[in-house]
Design a protein around this ligand. Structure first.
Ligand code: PDD
Length: 285
């Protein structure tokens, strides 16, 4: 994993340094994506790269590469690092300029960094589930942007970890939005509910794969917000993300979420998720 992409070039990781006046470093002024690699193949790349460009537009940043050029760079990186199973992290910051809240001039180019990380599917977590803690969502109102500004997410996640949980489930005025680094869904009376893709959540790519799975499996679903109360009374609760795919939530605030170990709809959705991976990236053995 010793190569990275830096400004359009493959470079040895230890030859690259971050400029202290990089706006990502000083303001969190940038955007990112985490893309899963299975069998050396970038799963749902199109969706990720389109979301990256959408995030760039929302923060008025110009990406100095085409989507095709980005794909070529990421494929080269995977090949160079011989990555079979893991993730690519890629980020773009608004560039390097003397510290000033105002955007720099158009001569300042966005800085692209991408690196790979080894990682297997979290099979045990997907099988057994994780525990979660409900926390107030204190983040800003542009959670649809995959921004580098993750302090609200970091604080919520750490609060959950400190309470012995794996994930924070966030709510605004009693309405569940999402997790600190995942989307949250419930199953109630056979219907899957998940928060609508508006400014209060990140429209997760795994969330979208999951909703497509509902469609193909004829599982009723509603992109409709649900309350803390509905969450606590749900038959099944699960989180979705690039790295966790579809993972059951076992306990919330120490209370069982649904019936522990009984995840019939989740199991169906997990199977479809695996099938979607295999269709795009080949057999997972
Ligand atoms: N997290 N919501 C938030 C706040 C997230 O940070 C993420 C992803 C998701 C799920 O999105 P997706 O299915 O596209 O991964 C939802 C990534 C993995 C991270 O920051 O590491």
């Amino acid at each position: 994993m010793s190569f990275i992409v830096f400004n359009g070039e493959l470079s040895k990781r230890d030859t690259i340094t971050v400029d202290i006046e990089d706006r990502g470093y000083q303001f969190g002024d940038g955007i990112y994506e985490v893309v899963r690699v299975y069998n050396g193949c970038l799963f749902t790349w199109k969706e990720h790269v389109e979301r990256l460009y959408a995030s760039a537009e929302k923060i008025r940043m110009t990406i100095p590469y085409t989507m095709e050029e980005m794909k070529v760079m990421m494929d080269k990186l995977i090949e160079k690092n011989q990555l079979i199973e893991g993730t690519i992290y890629l980020q773009l910051t608004r560039g390097i300029a003397p510290r000033n809240h105002a955007f720099p001039g158009s001569d300042v180019q966005a800085v692209l960094v991408a690196y790979t990380r080894l990682g297997e599917r979290p099979v045990k977590l997907m099988e057994e589930g994780v525990d979660a803690l409900i926390i107030e969502d204190k983040r800003w109102l542009h959670c649809d942007i995959k921004s580098l500004n993750l302090l609200g997410n970091v604080l919520a996640h750490q609060e959950a970890l400190d309470a012995g949980c794996y994930e924070a489930i966030l709510h605004r005025d009693g309405v569940i939005t999402e997790g600190s680094h995942t989307n949250v869904s419930i199953v109630s009376d056979g219907t899957v509910y998940t928060h609508p893709a508006n400014n209060l959540i990140l429209n997760g790519i795994s969330r979208r794969v999951m909703l497509k799975a509902c469609e193909s499996q004829s599982i009723p679903f509603k992109e409709e917000a649900f309350t803390v109360d509905q969450l606590m009374r749900a038959d099944e609760v699960f989180i979705t993300s690039t790295t966790l795919e579809i993972t059951p939530v076992r306990r919330i605030n120490g209370q069982p979420a649904g019936v522990e170990g009984q995840y019939p709809v989740i199991r169906q959705l997990q199977e479809s998720f695996t099938a979607a991976i295999e269709t795009e990236c080949g057999s997972l053995r």
